[in-house]
Design a protein around this ligand. Sequence first.
Ligand code: NAP
Ligand code: GCO
Length: 261
Amino acid sequence: MFNLKGKVAFVTGASYGIGFAMASALAGAGAKIVFNDINQELIDKGLASYKETGIEATGYVCDVTDEKAVSETVKKIEQEVGVIDILVNNAGIIKRIPMCEMSAEEWQQVIDVDLTGPFICAKSVIPSMIKKGSGKIINICSMMSELGRETVSAYAAAKGGLKMLTKNIASEYGEHNIQCNGIGPGYIATPQTAPLREKQADGSPHPFDSFIIAKTPAARWGTPEDLAGPAVFLASSASDFVNGHILYVDGGILAYIGRQP
Ligand code: NAP
Ligand code: GCO
């Protein structure tokens, strides 16, 4: 039931990081991997990384916020690779700025990539999924789909919205045997969180690093590979009756008040 042989998986923003790890896991379960990124340099970097792990992926330059480009890319994928069975809306950005210092333009940039992008990509693949009679959509949410923290207002608003978009797609298209679920990673060691883990000048851990370790029962940051199994589960027939669910892969952060100082 976890076999993805013969399936086409489109993972957005998957040249590296969480997207790359999930795409690699889907490939390991038999899926054909297609990914996009915003420039050819990243596509080439991603293709080389996939090749190194024995995966023949196909990459397309495409900005998920550009509806015309996404629609054209989906058509190209359908012609060159096959109808998309699995969409993983992974591409995302964050801007860590105190809300009252954030411009509306900076706010909009985060909303565009993290919320409108998944809407555009889902809208582009659903018609063919309906024709095929099945489909899997996995939206990469966040702890910030549930919790707030200083300086991430736009990101939390986008990821909270993405949680509800996930539930709405599940509600609107479930009758077509399309399952739409979310994965909510905890704090994962990738380039996106590198600034939160940088060692201090004196070599001591970043205060945020220590904070997350104390807030996580697993007492560690997650790795992109921690998301591999959950992605395969939600992409496979093992989850055909799971719909509108956000699966938190967070080492237990959401369950825990935090280690006493
Ligand atoms: P990352 O290292 O920053 O990678 C994000 C990827 O998305 C990059 O390849 C990036 O390309 C691409 N991207 C950005 N804007 C794009 C656009 N407009 N169109 C297409 N691709 C675009 O992030 P990550 O840590 O792997 O996170 C992946 C996803 O997981 C994101 O949605 C993030 O919000 C979410 N997440 C991350 C964590 C964490 O702790 N790391 C936790 C929870 C959720 P560029 O390199 O050109 O920007
Ligand atoms: C931050 C982090 C988080 C993680 C992730 C947590 O600044 O708090 O970047 O937002 O990226 O979303 O689940």
